[in-house]
Design a protein around this ligand. Structure first.
Ligand code: SF4
Length: 127
């Protein structure tokens, strides 16, 4: 008797296996896309609000005359010293901040001065 090349049992088991693999793969892909959408949804629920940039009060030149602003520019005043060992707070011309005030001053011009500032007239404190 000739053995049948195609049996119903082989056909069914072969296609059930193939169908299971296809279905499983589809579920994996769908699951991963749902997870990524959930993550996006989380980030959308908590929108990042831009944090206001805190300005240093010593940079506020409101009320300082244009002549005084021009003086500080002429002296090449900068808010952050390029020379780490030389800064306003160890300059002989620095005026330390008054009590409860954030900014110091300088004997050469009016307006707020940062302790970490610097200008071309920096002079060492003589002890
Ligand atoms: S002279 Fe220059 S370095 Fe000295 S306190 Fe004034 S701004 Fe700062």
């Amino acid at each position: 008797m000739e053995k049948q090349k195609f049996s119903r049992r082989r056909f069914i088991s072969k296609y059930i296996l193939a169908g299971s693999v296809t279905l499983g793969t589809g579920m994996l892909i769908a699951g991963s896309s749902v997870m990524s959408m959930a993550k996006e949804g989380d980030s959308q629920q908590q929108p990042k609000t831009p944090q206001p940039v805190k300005k240093n009060p010593c940079d506020d030149l409101t009320g300082v005359s244009t002549e005084e602003v021009a003086k500080r520019k002429k002296l090449a005043y900068v808010n952050d010293t390029p020379i780490p060992d030389n800064h306003c707070s160890n300059c002989a011309l620095y005026l330390p901040p008054a009590k409860d005030k954030p900014c110091g001053g300088c004997m050469l011009f009016k307006g707020p001065v940062r302790a970490e500032g610097y200008c071309a007239y920096w002079a060492p404190i003589n002890n």
